[in-house]
Design a protein around this ligand. Structure first.
Ligand SMILES: [Zn+2]
Length: 350
């Protein structure tokens, strides 16, 4: 893949940061978890109305995921996406990128800088990757562990500082130089994961006292080293349940290190939120609510939260309702609703 230089990309991104097109300041930090029916797409809109889209769902069924992303952008009042981050190259995370970029301008594309070593010869990759190249036109910023996406902050200091920081990318962790797959005495390390999941970009968004973790589809051993022996992230208020809630991820050691107050699982009707993950989340003393994008048809009560926390209770809903989290950094609360008009619940930030 053609990469632009970091200096050029940073200059480009800083220029964008200096002049966001979505001029209407929002004051809240809004996070929309979009129904990609088992894929990934999360839209972040900062208090200064900058926007970050993490992943773009699947190409098929045709238009479904792009329609849902564009609808969320419209509900958020966006006229452009400032940063579009592709966490990794799986079909459920970048499939709709071309259609999305044709329907709303994208100012800066971001990815982890290399293609999946194990999956480049698959038919779906050969079909989707040219669409990615067409969308990005080869202008992509590589995001490495330890780097930030340079979001704009309030020069007057009235809005609490906001920071979007990459803690893992390409199976490398900020501050850890060792072998991620090497055995660790007294801990469960799994067989090396050679898939692109382990190489996902993992991000921590901080706004004042509020912290949100979104780790794409990173798997068990990467999670281990983010949590042990040093808790490199600390506690978070909001956790996007990693890898749709699959047991390949969601290492209990990591979940305990994060100790989230609320979590949202990007599961599908028949994908994700597996019983071990669900049990581990429920066992966290910190957890106040588990939200799911979908009802899980596979595991009954062993894989489903209470109905009022499930955005899409039907197997194939036409609407594809999102979950919206509005963070009010100044008063220390976040409010969560299902869809634009659904009932709201408020949780205190830790
Ligand atoms: Zn995925």
């Amino acid at each position: 893949m053609k990469q632009i230089s970091i200096a050029l990309a940073t200059a480009l991104c800083l220029a964008i940061a200096a002049a966001p097109a979505n001029a209407q300041a929002n004051r809240n930090l809004d996070i929309y978890f979009l129904d990609m029916a088992g894929g990934g797409s999360t839209l972040i809109v900062t208090p200064l109305a900058e926007s970050v889209l993490l992943d773009t769902g699947s190409l098929e069924p045709q238009h479904r995921d792009a329609d849902r992303i564009i609808r969320a952008c419209r509900d958020a009042g966006l006229k452009q996406i400032d940063y579009l981050v592709t966490t990794h190259f799986d079909s459920d995370h970048f499939g709709a990128i071309l259609e999305v970029s044709q329907r709303i301008p994208v100012k800066c594309f971001v990815d982890k800088g290399s293609l999946p070593p194990d999956g480049q010869n698959t038919n779906w990759f050969k079909r989707l990757y040219p669409l990615y190249q067409q969308a990005t036109k080869g202008q992509v910023k590589t995001l490495r562990a330890g780097e930030d996406i340079p979001l704009k902050n309030d020069p007057g200091g009235k809005i609490p500082p906001i920071k979007l920081h990459c803690v893992a990318s390409e199976k490398k962790i900020e501050g850890f130089e060792g072998d991620i797959d090497a055995a660790v005495a007294g801990c469960q390390i799994r067989k090396p994961d050679t898939s692109d999941n382990a190489r996902s970009i993992a991000l921590v968004l901080t706004c004042g006292e509020f912290q949100f973790f979104a780790g794409g589809d990173i798997t068990w051993n990467v999670e281990h080293h983010l949590a042990h022996p040093v808790n490199r992230i600390g506690n978070v208020d909001l956790y996007q349940v990693t890898h749709h809630g699959l047991d390949l991820s969601n290492n209990p050691l990591f979940l305990k290190a994060l100790s989230p107050t609320v979590c949202v699982a990007m599961n599908g009707p028949r994908k994700g939120i597996e019983p071990n993950t669900f049990k581990a989340l429920n066992a966290l003393p910190s957890i106040k609510a588990i939200y799911q994008i979908h009802y899980n048809t596979q595991y009954g009560d062993a894989g489903n939260t209470e109905p009022e926390f499930i955005a899409n209770p039907k197997e194939d809903p036409k609407e594809g309702q999102y979950i919206k989290v509005s963070v009010h950094p100044e008063n220390g609360n976040c409010t969560i609703s299902i869809g634009p008009g659904g009932p709201k619940r408020t949780f205190a930030i830790q």
